[in-house]
Ligand binder design. Sequence first.
Ligand SMILES: Cc1ncc(COP(=O)(O)O)c(C=O)c1O
Length: 407
Amino acid sequence: MIDTLILDSKHTWHPYNSLPSKTKILPVKETYAQTIVLEDGTKLVDGMSSWWSAIHGYNHPVLVEALKQQADIMPHIMFGGLTHRPAVELCKKLSDLTGLESIFLADSGSVSVEVALKTAILYNKAKGKNVDKFIALNHSYHGDTLGCMGVCDPVNSMHSLYGEYLNKNIFCDVEDLEETITKHKDELAGVIVEPIVQGAGGMKIHSPSYLKIARELCSFYDIPLIADEIATGFGHTGLMWGCDHANIKPDIMTVGKSLTGGIMTLAAMLTSKHISDAISNSDIGVLMHGPTFMGNPLACSVANASIDLLLSSPWQERVKNIEKTFKKDLEVLKEHPLVEDVRSIGAIGVVELKSDTFAQKLQDSCVKEGVWLRPFGRLLYSIVAYTITEDELKKITSAMKKAVYNL
Ligand SMILES: Cc1ncc(COP(=O)(O)O)c(C=O)c1O
């Protein structure tokens, strides 16, 4: 049998990478709970929860069982003109959890953001407004498809690579949101934000006031407010939704990542009945989008099981304890000369360095300590499963500290 890494280097393109990969790739054999087992038997405590998704840890028996049961009944069926129990139950659950009644199931986070942007444009059109500009925040990240890239941070993202191909939107800092919305109100199709935590664009944590301001102004000018909760949702910031920190309800929301507890790809665009009615009852009449694997029954069944599992667990207490440990254990790094900032919220712990040259070195050091982390740019960060044990979390925070001290 050809070695996995050799085969990998011939044909397999990894995210944000060259082919063959310019950075180290580790072959994984299996996973369980908060453990990743490499092909050579090395066990790593997982500090990434597979990019914010595996909130219940890996291979949770309840989720695996839901998948198996649905696989026997109906692994997939087209959603055009047909419906099924797992999808309608999921939409009901999401509606109950958010207060947004109208749900469009999508197959990845980026696709749900595309659908959110399209929904906002169609809502405006239905109201007789031909507008197509969005306000997005500096340091935002909303996905990698072309529409999404058009609302990602213009400097620190991929705008320079795709240039003219991307939509020209309006960007501002959180502090300037009020002024920017007011100035551009007549050309806006929507305002899109990551609530409370900006993830892949810089792991920035904000106070809730910008969400309140955005809500107030968007309501006043009848501009759809889009909250991208793909990363923050399902409890990552300590509350179910990032928007809950400001006690606001967006007009459009996107969820993904931990929607299925991290074992299937699935996302959703949620909106108010006001918006879905405006589109449905206008001359436009329909939301023009329809992925082949929309509402995949396997993914919907797992998502239903994951939401039930989350709601029946003491997740808030668990996330609070994780936050406490991150705060207490990482605090000491604030004094380190190479460290710019240390911050944490909910299940997220972040160490921001002064330089972006250390990512691979930091990762190597953590792996040596038996911990899987994937630093990027100036950020050494961890987002953990809510089921992580105190010992596992301590192993992660001490690996983070050691990695910084070893620089
Ligand atoms: C806030 C946010 N929006 C959208 C996305 C895109 O989701 P996906 O990678 O599933 O396409 C991500 C992914 O990291 C995200 O963090």
